[in-house]
Design a protein around this ligand. Structure first.
Ligand SMILES: NC(=O)C1=CN([C@@H]2O[C@H](COP(=O)(O)OP(=O)(O)OC[C@H]3O[C@@H](n4cnc5c(N)ncnc54)[C@H](O)[C@@H]3O)[C@@H](O)[C@H]2O)C=CC1
Ligand SMILES: CC(=O)C(=O)O
Ligand SMILES: [Mg+2]
Length: 545
């Protein structure tokens, strides 16, 4: 019944469009042609004049040649000096470079946000040039359009919002989504990144403002995987927020109500999924920054029927596995030693549990993929959350964390118990790897890092993966100075390498799902796979390493 209702709505939306174009003949005009900014591909456009200059998909600004200006009714609307796209970028970069931002310092540098503003304005007026700049300077600007700066952008989005980008589906739109999807101008969409804003990086519930993360992720799809920017769609599903500060702010752009929960919440997400897959049956949907409570449930709900994945659960796991395998290599050990690694994970949310689940499967595979191997692999992990070490004594244990709860007797023999602190766990376990996905800045305190000096590995790995910068469990300086020069370090947001003296550099690697999700999307798109399987993710992780 609801299907019939939705299809009727979609059909009537199409009829409205058709009617509009009959009444207003300029809505469907004979297309005219111009060349793209690269100058070698013709582009058909139905628009004219200022409408073209205000459309970032088509606008080339001062790079429109005089003949194009005549053909498109642009003569007189631009300064007369026709620029090459290289000259345009040069002019833009002079302006941008004036800020002389050390982008790697992220939001701790006040200019990072100014840089984001300049890039965002370019994105709004000329997408081709925006992506050219981003691709040519990806190392410098990824920390601006993505973590860490995007975190600051999301926190301030209601103030920074100028032009809309992407689509917003809210709890108020129930029953309307099937027709709403036809409001998006592109007939083909390859990639959607959707968030409900409930856990943006390590910054908590940012409500509707979380759309910034979906935009940032899609920027990387375009820049890193070459996805057509006209075929990406950032989406915010606004079911309210439980962030009281936002609810009290009259300038907050989202629904000023508490989050929907339970069946009401699921009904909204179901309706959204049905709508987007009806209009774009081949689209891939990346779920991003949903609070753990929903991340796993929604993944299970859709993963066998829809082309979707959860980046925080699955993308992060892939990158972490690549890092864990890389650590074994860097320790000079054979790869078959991976299943022997002792791994302490701080954080049992969508990311932490996603990582231990996938790492356990990788270990089991290396041990022959038997049931016994799968069972024994779990004993390589010690998972610590806000309440300390998780054991089978834990009350109301999260079902996703349950397989990794340590047996209490066995823990006792190691000098540990339910709720043992992180420092106790590190001291007793002497892990090869200490991995942080807790969202708690500074969690790897001096005491914890001192304890890691007792690691049984000559080269322990420290992965402080929480974002943005201030949420990292420790900085590389802290790690190298306390644990010693002989460590492997990676962080979720970028840090500078550390000068260890005597011409030695302590490498600060980045362990972020951005190294994987563009490839997962592109691989799915090219292979035409109808779902995103564990095998595909595993293959991606192994290639990434
Ligand atoms: N580097 C990367 O690619 C990625 C990083 N992340 C980061 O991971 C962090 C966590 O993300 P989610 O798992 O989705 O969040 P979440 O909120 O679901 O989980 C956080 C977990 O940390 C635990 N925790 C809180 N305080 C703790 C403490 N003092 N000691 C030990 N554990 C503590 C919580 O109990 C919970 O289990 C965020 O900062 C996020 O930015 C997430 C995905 C990818
Ligand atoms: C990187 C990422 O997805 C996160 O911090 O949530
Ligand atoms: Mg995320």
């Amino acid at each position: 019944m609801s299907n019939f209702y939705n299809q009727t709505r979609a059909a009537s939306s199409l009829m409205r469009r058709l009617k509009r174009s009959l009444i207003n003949p300029t809505a469907v005009t004979r297309p005219r042609c111009f060349t793209t900014a690269e100058g070698h591909r013709p582009t058909l456009v139905h628009k004219r004049s200022l409408d073209i200059l205000h459309d970032p998909w088509f606008n080339k600004g001062t790079a429109f040649s005089m003949t194009e200006r005549d053909r498109l009714d642009l003569r007189g609307l631009l300064p007369p000096n026709v620029m090459s796209s290289e000259q345009q970028i040069e002019r833009f970069m002079v302006d941008l470079k004036r800020l002389e931002v050390q982008a790697r310092d992220g939001p701790s540098d006040p200019n990072a946000l100014a840089k984001w503003r300049i890039l965002n304005r370019l994105h709004d007026r000329n997408e081709t040039m925006y992506y050219k700049v981003l691709i040519a300077n990806i190392e410098e600007y990824a920390p601006i359009v993505y973590t860490p700066t995007v975190g600051l952008v999301c926190q301030n989005y209601s103030g920074l919002f100028r032009r809309p980008r992407g689509m917003y589906f809210s709890a108020e739109d129930r029953g309307e989504m099937m027709s709403m999807v036809y409001n998006w101008p592109a007939d083909q969409v390859d990639m959607i990144v959707v968030t409900d804003g409930s856990r943006i990086l390590g910054l908590g519930d940012l409500g509707v403002q979380g759309i910034g993360i979906a935009i940032g992720k899609l920027d990387l799809y375009v820049a890193a995987a070459g996805i057509n920017p006209q075929r990406v769609l950032p989406v915010m599903i606004d079911v309210g927020t439980n962030n009281e500060k936002l609810l009290k702010n009259p300038l907050y752009l989202g629904l000023q109500q508490h989050r929907l929960d339970g069946d009401e919440y699921i009904a909204v997400i179901d309706e959204f999924m049905e709508a987007v897959f009806t209009r774009w049956p081949n689209v891939i949907v990346q779920f991003e920054d949903f609070q753990s409570k929903w991340a796993f449930k929604l993944l299970q709900r859709y993963r066998n029927t829809h082309r979707m994945f959860n980046d925080d659960v699955q993308g992060t796991a892939g990158v972490a596995i690549a890092g864990l395998l890389g650590a074994v290599r860097a320790q000079g050990r054979p790869m078959i030693d991976f299943p022997k690694q002792k791994i302490v994970v701080a954080g049992a949310g969508s990311a932490g549990i996603g990582v231990v689940n996938a790492a356990r499967k990788t270990m089991a595979r290396m041990l022959g993929n038997t049931e016994h191997a799968f069972d024994s692999a779990k004993s390589q992990f010690w998972v610590v959350d806000a309440n300390g070490l998780i054991t089978d004594e834990r009350e109301n244990i999260d079902p996703d964390a349950l397989p990794f709860a340590r047996n209490t007797n066995e823990a006792g023999r190691q000098g540990l118990r339910e709720g043992s602190s992180l420092v106790e766990v590190v001291r007793q376990v002497r892990p090869d790897v200490l991995l942080g996905l807790s969202g708690v800045g500074g969690l790897f305190s001096k005491e914890v890092l001192e304890a890691l000096k007792g690691s049984t590995s000559a080269k322990p790995a420290i992965f402080a993966m929480s974002n943005p910068t201030k949420n990292a469990e420790c900085t590389p300086e802290e790690a190298f100075s306390i644990v010693g020069d002989n460590i492997i370090f990676a962080s979720g947001s970028p840090f500078r390498d550390v000068d260890l003296g005597n011409r030695q550099i302590g490498h600060s690697n980045q362990g972020n799902n951005m190294y994987l999700f563009p490839g997962i999307g592109l691989g799915t798109l090219l292979s035409g796979s109808r779902i995103i399987s564990d095998g595909m993710l595993q293959a991606a992780a192994e290639r990434c390493g």
